[in-house]
Design a protein around this ligand. Sequence first.
Ligand SMILES: O=C(O)CCC(=O)C(=O)O
Ligand SMILES: [Fe+2]
Length: 354
Amino acid sequence: MDPSPVKKLAYKSNPNGLDNQAPIDLRNIQSVPEAHTWEKPEPHTITMESIPVIDITDPNAKLLIGEACEKWGAFQAINHGIPSHLFDKAEAETFRLFNLPHDHKLRVLRGPDDVLGYGIPRIQRYFPKFMWSEGFTIEGSPAQHASELWPDQPHIQTAFCTTMEECQKEMKRATESVMELIFGALGLGPKDEKWPKSKMGDNKAQALLALNSYPMCPEPDRAMGLGPHTDTSFVTVVHQSSCTGLQLLKEGVGWVPVKPVRGALVVNVGDLLHILSNGRFHSVFHRAVVNNEKHRVSIAYVYGPPSDVKIAPAPTMIDQEHPPLYSPVTWNHYIYAKSIHHNNALEYVKHRVQ
Ligand SMILES: O=C(O)CCC(=O)C(=O)O
Ligand SMILES: [Fe+2]
């Protein structure tokens, strides 16, 4: 029996690719090694524009979210009900993990085709240079990994696991509230028979908690925390703490920093939501830059449909002027397509008119 649907996600490693490697210890490095050097990454734009901050309990939230997903492909959600002290605890546990000696973290290194545990970013395979970051991915209880990380400290294992489990429970609840509004913005009401409740119900949605760590970098202009990418998910919900680093690509403007707002969750539209919206919602290119002052961490909840559900443009998004742009695709198949076609994966699932 497979205890975890998420483990089936097709993050296939590339035998010749950089994604097969273990992270190096990025602390105490005096200059950026050649394999980690990004030549002149485009600087961010100086602009007053930034993604909207939306109170999800506002009676207009559905409308505002729809506009934000069209214009930006992202927004910051406030009043989502997750108490700030839970994020303070989760952030403290995240630092506790990434501040461990490097060889301790390597005890829980992800295998080549594993999704869970410690490793380089999931998107590394798409880039010729290493990124200035490390990650730890959780689905459900991280107890097994915690016992390997802190073998003689059961109280630390318990604190880490309890916090991460609580964090997933709360992120799930908040993300489902946001998704309900997003579905509503697409004209898919809670009573809709066809979609989404009937398909997303029974707690079958797949989700991962991804802890990201960006150690201080001696030459931040020659390195990249996470290279420009879109997420494959419906949405990725990010708690980015007080340290800035996340930037979104806005057409005609450039790279726009996402200002940290205490307690807010950054909601990024992923490729599957772009498909569901028949191209109306924008799956946003984003990246994470690094700095030489502060070790930054972020906590991302990657949320998508159950493994057996094919995602296709919603019927409400289709009419004579808006024919379906994409063929139905499962999350798994889409991840596989993306591992081959990278940024052209959406083109690959474009509906081929006979
Ligand atoms: O660290 C961040 O702010 C962004 C994380 C992210 O883009 C991801 O986990 O996919
Ligand atoms: Fe991302």
